[in-house]
Design a protein around this ligand. Sequence first.
Ligand code: NAI
Ligand code: MG
Length: 503
Amino acid sequence: MNVMPKNSMVQPEYSGAAKKALARKPSLFINNEWVESTTGKTVDVIDPSTGKIVSQIADASDQEIDRAVAAARQAFDDGRWTGLPPIAREQMIHKLADLITDHAEELAELEAIDNGKNAAVAKGMDIPASAGMLHYMAGWATKVSGSQIDPMASPSGAFHAYVRKEPIGVAAQIVPWNFPLIMATGKIAPALAAGCTIVLKPAEQTSLTALRLADFVEQAGFPPGVINVVTGLGETAGARLSTHPDVDKVAFTGSTEVGKIINRAATDSLKRVTLELGGKSPVVVMPDVDVEEVSAGAAGAIFFNAGQICVAGSRLFAHKSVFDKVVEGVAKHADDWAPGPSLCPEYRMGPLVSDEQQKRVMGFIESGKNEGASIVKGGDSPSDQGYFVNPTIMVDVNPNMKVVREEIFGPVLVAQRFDDIDEVAKAANDTLYGLGASVWTKDLSTMHRLAAKIKSGSVWGNCHSMIDPALPFGGYKQSGIGREHSSTGVEAYMETKSVIIAL
Ligand code: NAI
Ligand code: MG
């Protein structure tokens, strides 16, 4: 079954605002100033819908990373941020969110040009979610609190003992390319609320919106050094930043491979680390469902953002009595996700982010075929230009295949049958990952039993990828360490101090 392209495969012309942002001189945002890299090294910015180079960003050297960390260190140590009244910090974070909302159109277009995601989708989803996270976290700046406790073995009144919450210090934040602005704001928001200062490094493939965000930092009134944004390659700039002795905490989202490198490096200095890594999330479909409704949901779970989402529902488990109908339904809905250029409003799905990612995903599809899987939909690319991959569905797979075990990070679904809930819980947990999972059923008992059995940081019922600032988010097993979002996400940027005073 082929995937039907909808219309033109030509990327429309960029707007004036986007052209202006693309013409920006490659530079880094340190101490509220734009500085050029001393080495003059740059990284190309490529529009994945065309494969063309459209701009350049600075590739920060060790010297600039050190400068950015020194700026954040100074801003933390002299109390420029923590010394402000909490309400002033809250208001600044809200202001930053408002500036994002005011520039929604431009930011959505930049996200589309840089990452390949559809501009209309970015405007409806990525931009409001980015502002939303800042608004949510802004509130915590005035609500962080400790407690007063009576020591257990002393007479009441002998001591005054209390627990203080204090910001950890300088946070290095390294984020990936799949949701550039959401990732950047998702990292800085809780750190700011906790009172930390920041050096943020966006992914080298998608730094445009983080640089635009830096423009807003000063407008929102943040003192110099509180938020610094550096661009550059992971192996150099990212490595220098995450191992820097003046960094107190590293927060990372990206591959499990790099997460392990960061965690290992942090062992020596005992830096605080939170990691949000890969996934291979199961979508479990019970026999009592409305197949049409679930098929649309399961298609969205894997094809949204071209499958480049850590919680992508990449393993479909459908009960044997509905398996054929569900696979047929998802294949039909795959046509709703035919990929096209990111600035064409008629496409919900764009290309993959890079040539490298397209090759990686096509390599997985080849490996599936070689291991005996059958392709019932897609498996190819609709165009020689840009990094498109058609929505793809594979059946006749077994639990040992690479396509079933490894994170593909593309629009590729593997579908398997099951008989009963113990069997499917075991199969769903037969993975190194544990980030998200969805269960589709009308039966409440089955829903709650599976929710308890599945080992993952989030379990969704009759929906998928329902990620919200108010709910803890993170992974079991190799999907990560720690939780983001909610009060837990703010705690991850704080130390706990017990103060015990003999009266
Ligand atoms: P990556 O993990 O290499 O890149 C993510 C971020 O880490 C980028 O900002 C990069 O510059 C930085 N980085 C890379 N190497 C580093 C190092 N040694 N030290 C410090 N920072 C470093 O991810 P990549 O290579 O772009 O994608 C590879 C695979 O990773 C994808 O196919 C996908 O499976 C997975 N991935 C998962 C993501 C998630 O949201 N969980 C996001 C992006 C990728
Ligand atoms: Mg990498």
